[in-house]
Design a protein around this ligand. Structure first.
Ligand code: NDP
Length: 332
């Protein structure tokens, strides 16, 4: 069984040399355990800050440790009646081809083999994140103006579509014309600005004559600086992610504190892992909207197995993914 571990703590921008790929014996299930053959691995931004030896909401990774991550796969051997051979499961096996689960560490996924990858994004963690962040914390009201950063990505795409469903005017920010076109034409956002070429501050001012009621923030950095002066009185910032900082040794910093104060803007931060009880409700509602075509999604699947995970991870952290980044660990 192949696995990918962190070689050492990266300095600054992570690169392929920060990982090691090695072969390990395939484990045998003990009592109450099942062996899962991983089909898809989810690559997520949070994995990068976990590689830093600093205080966080999770234990930092140690050199030599297998990279963590959400996976979906098939039970291939089992000593647990609740996890029969052939069942599709979602579990946290990380960057490896095979792993052991128990009935408490795996959830059965009631999706066809062709759709199981959805349990890693729109019907899984990133969907729950968008749902909780936008609907619970953002509290959108019809007619309000919402800005979503990393708008074409796994979380941002769903957050923006939920805001549309709630009757808001939604402006996305994404990297490049292709992503911006997707955000407006396929996802139905009202506008999308390109953070690589557009003058965000000026163009956003034109697009938001009534100011911004909700910022669903995934990125931080200079784009955040440009949006902050547009916040409405009593606006809400749903602080979901800060990806522009994840590969920086020094944090970028906040420049517009006085905007927050003068306009009594409420910053609401959260980590979706703290709200596991909320996931089924969110995923249930998203499943219905996906079926009705009201929530759309896009996957970026790197084929060719686990060896490609380090390169795909670097790509995702530099915006070269287009849609939810997955690794096809094993073909069907
Ligand atoms: P995405 O699918 O959005 O992929 C990451 C995207 O981030 C890239 O495609 C790129 O989009 C953008 N990006 C990367 N680096 C930069 C940069 N330096 N400046 C600007 N944009 C950048 O990933 P996810 O949807 O999985 O995650 C989005 C955010 O949500 C992340 O910040 C993540 O940490 C956060 N998150 C938070 C959770 C929580 O519990 N709070 C749970 C899950 C995710 P582009 O090309 O458009 O710039």
């Amino acid at each position: 069984s192949l696995r990918v571990a962190m070689a050492d703590h990266p300095q600054g921008m992570v690169n392929e040399g920060d990982f090691l790929v090695e072969r390990t014996p395939r484990p045998a299930p003990g009592p109450g355990q099942a062996l899962v053959r991983v089909r898809y691995l989810s690559l997520d931004p949070y994995m990068r800050p976990m590689m830093n030896p600093v205080r966080s909401y999770v234990e930092p990774l140690k050199p030599g440790q297998t990279m963590p991550g959400a996976t979906v796969g098939e039970v291939v051997e089992s000593n647990e009646a609740a996890l029969p051979v052939g069942a599709h499961v979602a579990c946290m096996l990380g960057w490896q081809e095979y792993g052991l689960v128990t009935k408490d560490s795996a959830r059965i996924v009631e999706l066809s083999a062709g759709d199981i990858s959805l349990a890693l994004h729109v019907l899984g963690m990133t969907g729950a994140t968008a749902h909780y962040g936008l609907l619970r914390l953002g509290e959108p009201k019809p007619g309000e103006t919402v800005v979503v950063t990393a708008a074409s990505g796994a979380v941002g795409s769903v957050a923006g579509q939920l805001a549309k469903i709630k009757g808001c005017r939604v402006i996305g920010i994404a990297g490049g014309p292709e992503k911006c076109r997707y955000v407006t034409e396929e996802l139905g956002f009202d506008a999308c600005l390109d953070h690589r070429t557009d003058d965000i501050e000026r163009q956003l001012a034109e697009l938001t004559p009534d100011w911004v009621d909700i910022l669903f923030e995934n990125v931080g950095g200079p784009t955040f600086d440009a949006i902050l002066p547009r916040m409405n009185d009593h606006g809400r910032i749903v602080l979901c992610g800060n990806i522009s900082d994840y590969n920086r040794d020094e944090p970028y910093g906040v420049k517009g504190l006085s905007h927050l104060l003068l306009h009594r803007v409420d910053v609401r931060s959260f980590v979706i892992a703290d709200h596991r009880d909320y996931w089924p409700e969110a995923i249930g509602e998203l499943a219905a909207w996906v079926k009705e075509g009201r929530v759309r999604f896009r996957e970026d699947i790197a084929k060719g197995g686990l060896e490609g995970a380090p390169a795909a991870f670097v790509n995702m952290l530099t915006g070269r993914n287009f849609g939810k980044q997955l690794i096809e660990v094993a073909p069907p």
